[in-house]
Ligand binder design. Structure first.
Ligand SMILES: [Fe+2]
Length: 233
């Protein structure tokens, strides 16, 4: 990111499951979106407030409780519900996950904006492109943050981690779809794209697509069969 960049970008560790929440916006308009608001919502909103940013929307990578809030193993994780109480704004989801997001987080489906793959959200000079990457869940999406003359930033949720990928043994998971999301959709991104995952499951919190293409076994398999073997399928 150069000095002339309009990008406001914050990676924040949240909760007991090593989640990352992101604040992404425009330094010129002072408007931002929050990605996967969960866990300590007031302190996340405080970060934006301290930075003089207005949160104009929430984006969900997928409908799991540690990313959008909900009941998990008898424990209630705060998420979209509390976010909307404290900071009313549209919640952007992939269209396949609107019912599940409502069910898991407890917010009304009318609060959701359902998106087609490839839709964009504009904030000043920043474009956030919604990339459909099914596999971990049917409507999992990654967010490609684009700005002219700057490398892209990919927020990859539970699809791509540093050195690994999201689980595909959960209800709604699809290992074959994950193979295509990783090895076709995401692998097509330029090497200089910066990568920001949904969890801190590695010593570092960020990487590049070039580094992951070179070192991540999940991006280095040569066939679907090999990938399925890897995943124990
Ligand atoms: Fe997940």
């Amino acid at each position: 990111m150069t000095d002339t960049s309009d990008l406001y970008f914050r990676q924040i560790q949240a909760g007991d499951m090593a989640n990352f929440v992101y604040l992404i916006g425009s330094r010129s308009t002072r408007e931002a979106v929050i990605i996967d608001p969960a866990w300590d919502i007031p302190s996340l909103l405080d970060v934006a407030k301290t930075d003089d940013m207005t949160i104009v929307g929430a984006l969900a990578t997928h409908y799991h409780q540690d990313h959008i809030g909900g009941s998990l193993f008898g424990h209630q994780i705060p998420g979209l519900n509390e976010f909307l109480e404290l900071n009313p704004a549209p919640v952007h989801v992939n269209k396949l996950e609107a019912p599940g997001t409502s069910q898991v987080s407890g917010i009304a489906e009318s609060e959701l904006v359902s998106h087609e793959p490839g839709d964009t959200i504009e904030l000043g000079g920043i474009t956030i492109r919604l990339i459909h990457t099914p596999g971990h869940t049917p409507g999992s999406q990654c967010f490609l943050v684009e700005e002219s003359n700057e490398p892209g930033h990919l927020v990859s949720g539970d699809t791509l981690f540093l050195g690994s990928c999201g689980r595909v043994d959960l209800p709604g998971s699809d290992p074959e779809a994950m193979y295509h999301s990783l090895n076709h959709t995401l692998k097509a991104l330029p090497d200089e794209t910066l990568l920001f995952p949904g969890h801190l499951y590695s010593p570092e919190g960020q990487s590049t697509m070039g580094e992951q293409k070179a070192t991540n076994p999940m991006l280095r398999v040569s066939s679907l069969d090999m990938f399925l073997n890897f995943m124990g399928g």
